[in-house]
Design a protein around this ligand. Structure first.
Ligand code: GLV
Ligand code: GLV
Length: 321
């Protein structure tokens, strides 16, 4: 029977499917990120590896697990943690979990947008600390969404769902930037394409939805932050390194932009020095897809990819390069 190594406990929905196939399943008993050597040691002899975005799967790990390794199923939509070239060279299939987490991430980005615009976290802290002494005309003034412009950088599945939700519900104007223009979406959602620089210049809220690639690393750096409005808010639920986080800390402390809400960090779980001291930023620990429903679907999808791959079929979510 094929052997599967799962690098950390994931929802039972996926584990159940793998057990039903009778595979020899080994799940890491440690509820933490494994070291490279630990993955190799525990994964040695496996035919499939079910891993997380926190596992950096490189050529050395693939070699260490052995030439019987057929498939690496990432429990995430992003797959920047896997060396795809090495996998290709070794004829190992790589799969991800697109689609099932689209709305969960879109909903989280929308939640962050509202939270940062209305200063929800700061106000909550203030109230809990007993500082609320009565209604005040100028207490925690935030920013309306009505009549503003939301700039979506990357109109993939997630960017599209945010555009759909925000354009239909909140009377906010939507502009987007992407490598590819999507005329159908422009018509359907009444959104407008702008080159990145004009988007940065014109948007009041900017939400990032691009994958991490060499070309998108530090897509938002000091120069871009300076192009943005002084009143702009930046939201990131994609990958941390899309933003130069040190430059963002500087921009937030010098009020070059008004605020930010981040679910991902350049060197996560580490935060750039000074980031957590700022009042005008909201931080969540990479939980944009963390709903019970979505995480269960991701687990099922990763399991189904493995089942297909090990039965000699093309996995439904094969990452092709
Ligand atoms: C989460 O960040 C994912 O890529 O699924
Ligand atoms: C987003 O990229 C998704 O696949 O859902």
């Amino acid at each position: 029977m094929p052997k599967i190594f799962v690098t950390r406990k994931i929802p039972e929905a996926g584990i159940k499917l793998l057990r039903k196939k009778g595979y020899q399943l080994k799940i890491s008993p440690h509820n933490r990120v494994l070291k490279k050597e630990e993955i190799i040691k525990a994964g040695k002899g496996s035919h499939a590896l079910l891993c997380l975005l926190t596992d950096k799967i490189d050529d050395r790990i693939m070699a260490g697990i052995g030439s019987q390794l057929k498939i690496i199923a990432n429990y995430a939509v992003g797959f920047d943690n896997i060396d795809l070239k090495a996998a290709k060279k070794r004829k190992i299939m790589v799969t991800n979990t697109p689609g099932v987490l689209t709305t969960a991430v879109a909903e989280h980005a929308v939640a962050l947008l509202f939270a940062v615009a209305r200063r929800i976290v700061e106000s909550d802290k203030f109230t809990r600390e007993g500082k609320y002494k009565g209604w005040e005309p100028m207490l925690f003034l935030g920013s309306d969404l009505l009549g503003k412009t939301l700039g979506i950088v990357g109109l993939g599945r997630i960017g599209f769902e945010i555009a759909k939700r925000m354009s239909q519900g909140f009377d906010i104007k939507i502009v987007y930037y992407d490598l590819f223009r999507n005329k159908k979406a422009e018509k359907e959602l009444r959104i407008k394409y702008l080159p990145l620089k004009s988007l940065l210049k014109n948007a009041d809220f900017i939400s990032l939805h691009v994958p991490l690639l060499p070309q998108t690393r530090h897509l938002i750096g000091e120069k871009e932050l300076k192009i943005m409005k002084k009143t702009a808010f930046l939201i990131n639920t994609s990958r941390g390194p899309i933003i130069d986080e040190k430059a963002l800390v500087r921009a937030l402390s010098k009020k070059i932009i008004r605020g930010a809400a981040l679910d991902v960090f350049e060197f996560e779980p580490k935060l750039a020095p000074g980031l957590s001291k700022l009042d005008n930023v909201i931080l969540t620990p990479h939980t944009a897809s963390a709903t019970e429903e979505t995480r269960a679907k991701m687990a099922e999808m990763a399991a189904k990819n493995i089942i297909a791959g090990l039965s000699g079929k093309k996995p439904p979510q094969l990452v092709e390069i």
